[in-house]
Design a protein around this ligand. Structure first.
Ligand code: FAD
Length: 459
């Protein structure tokens, strides 16, 4: 009998298992696939490796501006694929060692509930006082565009750059995953078109920054069609003819493509888990609802990560894993935190907290501070001056409500803004803090100064 069994070793599951073991519990982690889950194997990490490789091509080309001219780059896609795999292997091997080093027993196999405290893993019975479900998510499917591994691909297949760069790639879905792959493949030489059903890419994000990002993607040669629905496709000659139409209805248009990437979101994965045997409920979308301790409707059975609720992000899964493990170990732990999000386009787009529109919809009077990277010395030296920092604060008490950053280093800069929100900082706190110069981070300070109408480096 274990104290705790964790099902799944993605970011949520391995964090939960390690923390529970650190707290002295006897822990097993069951994994049907590869240790590290989606994030390490086919998500966060391999995409960033490919983005870096693709962006290096662009950086090399930009060297001509300051007198460094390289001969034309040769692309060895097989080598790029091996490099991606090397990074994944190093990290997943690291997680396996961490599980072992912390005394977590790794059980390979597919788990299904046979009761609220017992599982069957490939015919073997396992029992535990508490169980954490961390089974993650899988790609959502759009009728008419069922992935077939040949014409319609998911993000997992698109990672395999060694299979070649399609001349024309049609991406269905202008969300995080769709835009990351659009960025990778456009740099690797594909003609990329992104079709998004909603009126803007990254629906829900600050429209002012999204507009700037859309302009930047256009400059990079990526065609973005918003308020557009992908209706169907057929094979024609050696390629594909994809029919799209205005989301509101209207005349159809045909786009030619060689491959289609389906990136219309992800859905919770609980297939074969037999949650019914444990009495665990799911909601109408298939997510497993929990309370603030990440406990499901069945006491002692927890759910964390993608399987519980959006946002489907690795760092949310990790934090939930820690909270569930601590609560399962009898500690007072609850999840009530700001969750930053990042889109790894070039420029990067990162957000935390409320947008201006969300704050206003809540009846708050807001003040907004902006600072463009075109006025940043550090951004100029990096040849990355596109984008803007936008801070939203409560006009009544100056409390920071949200930060939205489009620009170089946004993925790291958002961490400072997240800490500020967690600590209930005011825009004044950010403005008063001495930031090193020249850095990208000092632009957060300037945006906060601008919120009070007195940034030094812009009029
Ligand atoms: P997962 O990582 O999905 O892991 C679940 C694990 O459970 C899997 O290993 C699976 O094999 C196992 N499992 C499932 N059912 C069973 C069972 N019955 N028995 C045993 N094992 C089972 N997020 C970010 O924050 N940043 C990013 O940059 C980012 N990039 C992404 C890029 C792509 C292309 C994709 C697809 C996702 C990306 N994500 C990113 C999202 C991130 O990968 C997920 O949010 C994260 O992996 C969720 O972690 P998890 O622990 O909930 O589940």
């Amino acid at each position: 009998m274990y104290d705790l069994i964790v099902i799944g070793t993605g970011p949520g599951g391995y964090h939960a298992a390690i923390r529970a073991a650190q707290l002295g519990l006897k822990v097993a982690a069951v994994e049907a696939g590869a240790v590290g889950g989606v994030c390490l194997n086919v998500g966060c990490i391999p995409t960033k490796a490919l983005l870096h490789a693709a962006e290096t091509l662009e950086h090399a080309a930009k060297g001509a501006e300051f007198g460094l001219v390289f001969s034309e780059a040769e692309r060895d896609l097989a080598k790029m694929g091996r490099w991606r795999d090397k990074i994944v292997k190093k990290l997943t091997g690291g997680v396996a060692s961490l599980l072992k080093g912390n005394g977590v027993e790794l059980v390979k196999g597919f788990a299904r509930f046979t009761g609220p405290r017992e599982l069957e893993v490939d015919g073997k019975k396992l029992e535990a006082k508490k169980i954490i479900v961390a089974t993650g998510s899988k790609p959502a499917v759009l009728p008419g565009f069922e992935p077939d591994g040949e014409h319609v691909l998911t993000s997992t297949e698109m990672l395999r750059v060694e299979n070649g760069v399609p001349a024309r790639l049609l991406v269905i879905g202008g969300g995080v995953i769709g835009l990351e792959f659009a960025s990778i493949y456009a740099r690797l030489g594909a003609e990329v078109t992104v079709v998004e059903y909603e009126g803007q890419i990254l629906p829900g994000s600050d429209p002012e920054l999204v507009k700037l990002l859309a302009r930047s993607l256009k400059k990079q040669g990526i065609v973005v069609k918003t308020a557009t629905k992908a209706a169907g496709y057929e094979k024609a000659g050696g390629g594909l003819r994809v029919t799209v139409e205005p989301a509101a209805g209207g005349e159809q248009e045909v786009l030619d493509a060689d491959k289609i990437l389906l990136a219309v979101g992800r859905v919770p994965f609980t297939e074969g888990l037999n949650l019914e045997a444990a009495g665990v409920r799911t909601d109408e979308r298939g997510f497993v609802p929990t309370n603030e301790h990440l406990e499901t409707n069945v006491p002692g059975v927890y759910a964390i990560g993608d399987v519980t609720k959006p946002p489907l992000l690795a760092h949310k899964a990790m934090k939930e894993g820690l909270v569930a493990a601590e609560h399962a170990a009898g500690r007072p732990a609850a999840f009530d935190q700001q969750i930053p999000s990042v889109v790894y386009t070039q420029p990067e787009f990162a957000s935390v907290g409320m947008t201006e529109a969300e704050a206003k919809a809540r009846g708050l009077e807001v003040r907004v501070g902006r600072f463009p990277f075109s006025a940043s010395g550090r951004a100029l030296t990096l040849q990355q001056t596109e984008g803007l920092i936008k801070l939203v604060a409560d006009a009544e008490n100056d409390l920071l409500l949200g930060a939205h950053i489009l620009g170089p280093g946004a993925s790291d800069l958002i961490a400072e803004a997240t800490l500020a929100l967690e600590m209930a900082a005011t825009a004044g706190d950010l403005a008063l803090t001495v930031h090193p110069h020249p850095t990208l981070a000092e632009n957060l300070m300037e945006a906060a100064e601008n919120l009070h109408g007195r940034a030094i480096h812009i009029l």
